[in-house]
Design a protein around this ligand. Structure first.
Ligand code: FES
Ligand code: FES
Length: 154
């Protein structure tokens, strides 16, 4: 068994120790907002925060998460990046957006006023097969503006 905090709530996983965190989140905890893309730590679809730092959930064994704090895209409800992604209609299929939102939230937490180059660098590991990158970049810029004006940027 592994006990960890997920989106502020202590959860206990009964999955075998080598089970990927992604499988626990989706299959055991029912948090299906985190996506399975490549399963090989290449696409960023499964990005979550572990103790505030971005991490690919497909490559982390659940046993390594004992006592750690995980934030998934569900934990970003009310965060300015979510409203901004919607306002910019940033997705086509939307499959990449959970990972994009998590990556952007991590960036905005360490720098609330990132420039375009810094945003692009932070999102570079995140693949978008639809080519929606320009709108996603605009969404992160919008989130930064909105948050600076008093919006939610947890
Ligand atoms: S599914 Fe984890 S990086 Fe692609
Ligand atoms: S919107 Fe389809 S993969 Fe990004």
């Amino acid at each position: 068994m592994t006990s960890l905090t997920v989106n502020g709530t202590v959860r206990t996983s009964v999955s075998p120790p080598a089970t990927p965190l992604l499988d626990v989140l989706r299959g055991e905890f029912g948090l299906t907002g985190t996506r399975f893309g490549c399963g090989e730590e290449q696409c960023g679809a499964c990005l979550v925060l572990i103790d505030g730092a971005p991490a690919q959930a497909c490559g982390r064994e659940i046993a390594t998460l004992e006592g750690r704090a995980v934030t998934t895209v569900e934990g970003l409800a009310g965060h300015g990046i979510i409203a901004a992604l919607i306002a910019e209609q940033a997705g086509q299929c939307g499959y990449c957006l959970s990972g994009m939102a998590v990556a952007a939230a991590a960036l905005l937490a360490r720098n609330p006023t990132p420039g375009r180059a810094e945003i692009a660098q932070a999102l570079d590991p995140q693949l978008c097969r639809c080519g929606a990158h320009p709108r996603i970049l605009r969404a992160v810029e919008r989130a930064a503006r909105d948050m600076a004006a008093g919006g939610t940027g947890r």
